[in-house]
Ligand binder design. Structure first.
Ligand code: PLP
Ligand code: COI
Length: 339
């Protein structure tokens, strides 16, 4: 195992020994290649550089107490990458190719998988780019699927013991009403940088986006899905501009099993006052409780306390217990590797 301060890793890029790549050309995917360099050699006219033919994924693998390595919901990430590729008119990497590549890159970098109970994990980042040259606005005829890994610690500095703040950024959208919000296109993240920086400059951890069409409903919280707890319900936005979060799908299933009613529906901004807890969810942080949300336009603060509430805590724990092999994986979410 490489010598790293495993318990104090941040969520940042650290180079590892290998990455894997696969090229699509002449209408077919080639063989999986193993690379040790962390750079790409591209045509200056590649469509990913000009016309946004780029999508990515994010998933995690965990070293567990039984010595095995578990990858969480890999096939769901594969399917979401296919949906991103389809919308951006890129070659779609088959689920089997994607999954074999993920397993291979983990195996090759086994010495970078953080030890059990370090609180860290191996973050897996698949990237799909249009690498073929075009000058007219049209899809490339060549694509590259590149998958790298990097060991990471918690996404937010308070981890899952604290809360974060958010501010409603009414002047900005991360995606358009009938645009690309539902896929993991790099362009969405470019569009989120200005509102994200503004939220930070004003002292908030995150920007909260409203639905881009009517600005009446809650959409997403930074690069994470939003949920609220109201009475005995887990409420999360139904919106065509929100990324279908795999963590959120997981939480919906677990919430239902815990006896909560799951409501996927538009959430009017004013309803934020009716939640006992609010949270943001995604692969990087799993669940981060929201302490308060400010709406500068109406000068309203929606407060949920400065500690994660009971449901945020219980849901978070249920997910990480499955990911670490401590709880039974009743839905077959984990791929188990003997490494
Ligand atoms: N929403 C956005 C915009 C994201 O970038 C992410 C991160 O992947 C999520 C939600 C959470 O999705 P997942 O739970 O699949 O990681
Ligand atoms: C997530 O995993 O929840 C993210 O939002 C990842 C982010 C670094 C794009």
């Amino acid at each position: 195992m490489v010598d790293l301060d495993w318990s104090n890793l941040s969520f940042s890029y650290r180079e590892t020994a290998y990455n894997v790549r696969c090229t699509y050309k002449n209408g077919a995917w080639g063989e999986l290649e193993i690379h040790s360099e962390n750079t790409v050699n591209l045509s200056i006219a590649a469509t990913c550089l000009h016309y946004g033919q780029e999508a990515f994924e994010g998933l995690k693998a965990f070293r567990c107490e039984d010595g095995k390595v578990r990858i969480f919901r890999m096939e769901d990430n594969a399917r979401r990458m296919i949906s991103s590729a389809s919308y951006l008119k890129m070659a779609e990497p088959p689920v089997e190719l994607f999954c074999n590549a993920v397993k291979k890159v983990i195996e090759l970098n086994a010495e970078y998988i953080p030890p059990f109970e370090s609180g860290a994990s191996l973050y897996i980042r698949p990237v799909l780019i249009g690498s073929g040259a075009q000058v007219g606005v049209k899809p490339a005829d060549e694509y590259q699927l590149i998958i790298f890994v990097t060991p990471v610690g918690p996404y937010f500095k308070n981890g899952n013991t604290g809360t974060m703040s958010a501010v409603i950024e009414r002047g900005y959208d991360r995606a358009a009403p009938h645009g690309t919000g539902h896929i993991k296109a790099g362009g969405n993240y470019g569009a989120s940088l200005t509102p994200g920086m503004l939220a930070h400059a004003d002292g908030y951890d995150n920007a909260l986006y409203l639905d881009p069409k009517e600005k009446k409903y809650v959409d997403e919280c930074g690069a994470a899905n939003f949920f609220g707890i109201k009475g005995n319900s887990y409420v999360t936005p139904a919106s065509s501009s929100v990324l279908p979060s795999i963590t959120n799908m997981t939480l919906c299933t677990l919430a239902e099993e815990m006896g909560l009613k799951v409501e996927r529906r538009p959430i009017p901004v004013e309803e934020l006052s009716e939640f006992s807890e609010a949270g943001a969810c995604g692969t990087a942080a799993v669940v981060t409780a929201i302490g308060y949300i400010d709406d500068p336009e109406t000068k309203t603060r929606y407060s949920y306390g400065d500690k994660p509430g009971p449901w945020c805590t219980r849901l978070y724990q249920a997910v990480v217990d499955i990911q670490h092999g401590r709880a039974e994986d009743r839905h077959g979410w984990n791929t188990v590797l003997d490494l």
